[in-house]
Each structure stands twice: as structure tokens, then as C-alpha cells.
Design a binder for this molecule. Sequence first.
Ligand SMILES: [Zn+2]
Ligand SMILES: [Zn+2]
Length: 204
Amino acid sequence: MAQPIPQGLAHLIGLNVEFCALICLQCQYAQRPTYIYRHLGDRHKVPIELRKQVEEYTKGCPFQYDYTNVQLPSDGSAPQPIIPVLDGYKCKGCQFKTHGRDTARQHCNKDHNQKRAADEDMFELVKLQCWFGAKRGRFWIVDEANGQEQERQARRARTRDVGEETVHSDDGNDDGGDEKMSQLESRDTVPSSGTNKADSQPKD
Ligand SMILES: [Zn+2]
Ligand SMILES: [Zn+2]
């Protein structure tokens, strides 16, 4: 497992734990672990002391990847945090996906010999993400509705954590914590009771 990002670097880089991807928070795209400390200097003029901390951190990274082999989420999954969601095209004849309409048309002309076909016969409009930016894009299709549901669940989980922490760790502040929690809970009413039940069952 990768170590969490040290607090002093949390404004510079993010870690996608599930896919082991390090994200430059200013570009909002992934960088190679071996390269990100240089990127932060070249691109963002991050001071050397901070970059040394980044280098230290990435030396301990148990994973390596570049844009050709970074692991991709599956098509139709919820959007990954931080990196942008792009408009894109999915070829109707194969798995090809791209951000650019020209590229999509070129693909269909070349690979499927569809020289005069209408756009809607060749590809469908989709939402895409990619780790390293559209130019070096290996894309996957995201389902933003899926993401909203996951975000709701994550918010509920966070709210619960905050509540528990308050109870255990801070005696003087119980009222404030409870009040905050109930506000969050009530704003966040969830229509389906099924997920709630699953969430609250203890796992053993
Ligand atoms: Zn950057
Ligand atoms: Zn195709």
C-alpha cells in the first residue's frame, strides 16, 4: 500500500488509492511517480525543499506507471476525483474512445471505412476521463449519475466518522458536533433505504 500524502504536500499532490495514481493538483492530471518532483519544479516553480519532500515520498511508492500502462477504471464507472470529466466520442464499431471529434472521424474513416457517414452513425457522445491529459489519453467512459450516488454515500460515511470522532475524542464539543452532524444528515436525505441498511450493518 502507498503511504498517505504527507500533510505538508497535500496542497501539491493527491493520491488515488484505488488506482495508485499520483495527481498534480494544479494540473489535475496524473504524473509518473519518478517524475512528479521535477514536474512540480519545471511547471509550477515549487521550491526545492518541498520538492525534496515529494521525492522522498515517491521513493517510497510501491508502484510505478506511465501513461502507457497506468491502470484504468472500467467503462461506466463513477468519475475519479480531481481529474476532469471531458466530453468525448465512443466509436460504435469498436472500443475506440477519444476527446476530439476530428480524431473520432479520422478513426472511423480509416478503421471502418466510413468516409461519408453521419456522426451519429459512427460514434456516440460520452463523458470520458483519462489520467494523463487528453493528448496522451487512454480514456474510459464515466457515468456521472453513478458518481453522484457514490458521493452521497461517501458524504454519509464521512459525516458518521466525524460524529464518532467527536464523541470519543472531544468531550467539550459534543453539542457542536451533533448539531453539525444532524444538519448534514438532514440535508442529505437519501431516497433508497437499502443502502442505509447495508451501511449500518457491522462487518465482521
Ligand atoms: Zn502540474
Ligand atoms: Zn472503431
